[in-house]
Write a protein that binds this ligand. Structure first.
Ligand code: ADP
Ligand code: MG
Length: 270
């Protein structure tokens, strides 16, 4: 496959949008797979109790699996829970299990409750160095669609926010609330955080509405919106039921090619 530039230091992304079903998980797994296939070292951290990213990447995540839950709540090292994605070289996954559903509540009474993911990732970076493993190039955190402590942990652990926006009528609704929440995180918990990347997803080129929404988002965020557009595609939505990303399920499809384009832009923007 195509080679992409290696960032000078690890880039930490949280893939966030308080709306469900806008393509957060699909974007996380496909961009991560595209970067992994291009020879970069990538970690996906699944912090959605649904575990959809773990499923799509072919990682076991039944209730008995050691998962990001144990990392956040029981101080288990990240190195003990990460698993290699079977289909993509260089792609590691910290899976989510259903136990995470209780973590929102359990985190409340723990010390440094907002910093736990960041600390775990810092420790994991040290572990990799000490064990002669290559430095991670990218970390993507797949968030649940709510602003609870799990999502706050992701905002604190990340340096960059990637917002997928569905090209539909209510796309911009809720976005201002998301941006307000991010400002609050910047002010109180993580002043390095930036909204670096916006990706338009589920684009249906046959409708005027989709192109209007896309134009409007580009006008508001001229520097953040990627040129690549992700089309609405049956191949993209089928892939997870085969425990795959579209990048391996149908590498030549327009969906796979558009995610490759988006990943390339992200890597080249550095
Ligand atoms: P979120 O993580 O934001 O809840 P998902 O990535 O799970 O959203 O996507 C929601 C649903 O839409 C899933 O069933 C997914 O397979 C489907 N989907 C995502 N992106 C596309 C696309 N570009 N074309 C068609 N279906 C898509
Ligand atoms: Mg999701």
């Amino acid at each position: 496959g195509q080679k992409l530039p290696r960032p000078q230091q690890t880039r930490f992304f949280t893939v966030s949008n308080q709306k469900g079903g806008v393509g957060k998980t699909t974007t996380t797994v496909n961009i991560a797979a595209a970067l992994g296939a291009a020879g970069l070292n990538v970690l996906v951290v699944d912090i959605d109790p649904q575990g959809n990213a773990s499923t799509a990447l072919g990682i076991e995540h039944h209730a008995d699996v050691d998962s990001i839950y144990d990392v956040l709540i029981n101080d288990v090292p990240m190195a003990d829970v990460v698993a290699a994605c079977p289909d993509v070289e260089n792609l590691m996954v910290a899976p989510a299990t259903i136990h995470l559903a209780g973590a929102e509540i359990e985190l409340v009474s723990l010390v440094a409750r907002e910093q736990r993911l960041r600390r775990a990732l810092d420790q994991y970076a040290k572990y990799r160095e000490e064990h002669g493993e290559p430095r991670l190039d990218y970390v993507f955190i797949d968030c649940p669609p709510s602003l609870g402590l799990l999502t706050v942990n992701a905002f604190v652990a990340a340096r960059e926010v990637l917002i997928p926006i569905q090209c539909e009528y209510y796309a911009l609704e809720g976005l201002s609330q998301l941006l307000k929440n991010i400002e609050m995180i910047q002010k109180h918990l993580n002043d390095e955080l930036v909204v670096s990347t916006i990706l338009l997803t589920m684009y249906d080129g046959r409708t005027n509405l989709a192109s209007q929404v896309a134009a409007e988002v580009r006008e508001h965020f001229p520097n953040e919106v990627l040129r690549a557009l992700i089309p609405r595609s049956v191949r993209i939505s089928e892939a997870p039921s085969y425990q795959q990303t579209v990048m391996t399920y149908d590498a030549g499809s327009t969906g796979a090619l558009s995610y490759l384009e988006a990943a390339t832009e992200i890597a080249e923007r550095g």
